[in-house]
Ligand binder design. Structure first.
Ligand code: FAD
Length: 388
């Protein structure tokens, strides 16, 4: 293999370049990205950058030493089996790694609406988060909660509107999400649940029920879609992201996919998974590159995610679909608590911790190991999880 092209210069893209060199690949590498920036990290955008503590989040990677031809402001437009079509012409390749991530969904309407995906988005939004500004955040998911935290910290008047019955309903379910409702009131945020936006208009939001919410700044945090439109007609199979097997191979020979855009087959969970988590972008490239170089590797992690909101650290590991929920601590009374999701035979399927990092580390290992828990002991927060 003489030339590997990596499409998408985000974390998964740059990690792919690092993995290629770490595995001894000595050929040409071209990394193309449609943004004008060198690869950077996104998690701090809704945290330290919005809070004003950080201006740059460039990934600490020596691109010179990696001998990679980085082409910024270049977008992939189409794909054939041996060539990539880009906005700057065609690129032939022997191996291709797709890491194009995801892009935010926007709402209908003519009014200005901010999304938060890029460093440019974050810096533009930060400049508007001034004391007294009326900020409406649409969506009480991970990004919405973090933006609301930063806006409140900046002294804005913050309203969060959410279509579901609780914050974080999609990610964690309404029951667990509802434990976070009091955090909004404590922070002085007007949280409106079960409310749907009709359109974003100049000066505010028209709601589905006809009511009007005035806003100086509207931030839309209602989710993302995998950035795969450019693959239309290429023959690469797509369906909620790029369909890849457990080795991260796409349906096209010599092409693998990683990160937010990839929908992989998990042996562990017996289903397809596409997760928009930093940890996946960090680690999946190892497997994808091994596969591309003809080694046998399987990607089968326990997904991991964290969020910093309202002065709390939330961490989640596992996959909880269909599992039953038990509490470790009392969310109404304790500042630190955890939720465990258990299978029918008392194995840990997933764990969410709030300011209990040790539980997260131990819980993640238990999910990985698949051993049974003594549920009564596990519900007692004074008993270390590893002893349950
Ligand atoms: P991306 O980071 O999206 O990179 C893809 C790159 O490809 C982009 O630069 C894009 O412009 C480029 N691209 C797209 N299409 C093309 C094309 N056709 N041609 C060329 N280039 C293209 N995860 C956590 O686990 N914890 C957190 O606390 C957390 N916080 C987050 C906060 C924010 C504000 C955001 C946006 C994300 C956060 N995440 C968090 C998620 C995490 O950052 C993502 O999972 C991760 O960035 C995915 O990396 P990626 O390389 O797959 O995709």
């Amino acid at each position: 293999m003489n030339h590997v092209v990596v499409v998408g210069a985000g974390l998964a893209g740059v990690r792919s370049v690092e993995a290629l060199r770490a595995r001894g690949y000595r050929g040409r590498i071209t990394l193309i990205g449609e943004e004008s920036h060198r690869p950077y990290d996104r998690p701090p955008l809704s945290k330290a950058v919005l809070l004003g503590d950080l201006d740059s989040t460039l990934v600490d990677s020596d691109l010179g030493a990696l001998d990679v031809d980085l082409r910024t402001n270049v977008a992939a437009k189409g794909l054939r089996e041996d060539a990539l079509e880009t906005t700057e012409g065609e690129l032939e390749y022997d191996g291709l790694i797709i890491a194009t991530g995801a892009s935010p969904i926007r709402l209908r309407g003519e009014g200005a609406q901010h999304v938060l995906r890029t460093i440019d988005d974050a810096l533009a939004l930060r400049a508007l988060l001034v004391s007294g500004a009326r900020v409406v955040v649409v969506g009480a998911g991970w990004i919405g909660a973090e933006v609301a935290t930063a806006a409140r910290r900046a002294g804005c008047e913050v309203t969060v509107v959410e279509a579901a019955g609780s914050p974080l309903a999609v990610a964690l379910g309404t029951e667990v999400g509802s434990y976070t409702v009091p955090w909004y009131a404590e922070a002085g945020i007007d949280l409106r649940l079960g409310t749907m936006v009709g359109s974003v208009d100049p000066g505010g939001l028209t709601m589905m029920d006809g009511s009007w919410i005035p806003a100086d700044v509207v931030v839309t945090g209602v989710g993302v879609r995998p950035s795969v439109g450019w693959l239309a007609g290429s023959g690469v199979e797509v369906g909620n992201g790029i369909l890849v097997d457990e080795h991260l191979r796409t349906s096209m020979p010599g092409v693998v996919a990683v990160g937010d855009c990839a929908n992989w087959l998990s042996r562990r969970f017996g289903r397809r998974m596409r997760v928009e988590h930093w940890d996946t972008a960090l680690n999946a490239p190892e497997t994808a590159v091994a596969t591309l170089l003809g080694e046998s590797a399987v990607y089968d992690p326990v997904p991991y995610f964290w969020s910093e909101q309202f002065g709390r650290m939330l961490q989640y590991a596992g996959h909880h679909d269909g599992a039953r929920l038990v509490l470790r601590g009392d969310p109404a009374a304790d500042r630190k608590w955890a939720v465990l999701w258990l299978t029918d035979d008392d194995r840990l399927a997933a764990i969410l911790t709030v300011d209990r990092p040790r539980d997260l580390v131990q819980g993640r290992r238990i999910v990985e190991g698949g051993q049974r828990l003594d549920v009564d002991r596990a519900m007692d927060p004074s008993v270390p999880l590893r002893d349950c």
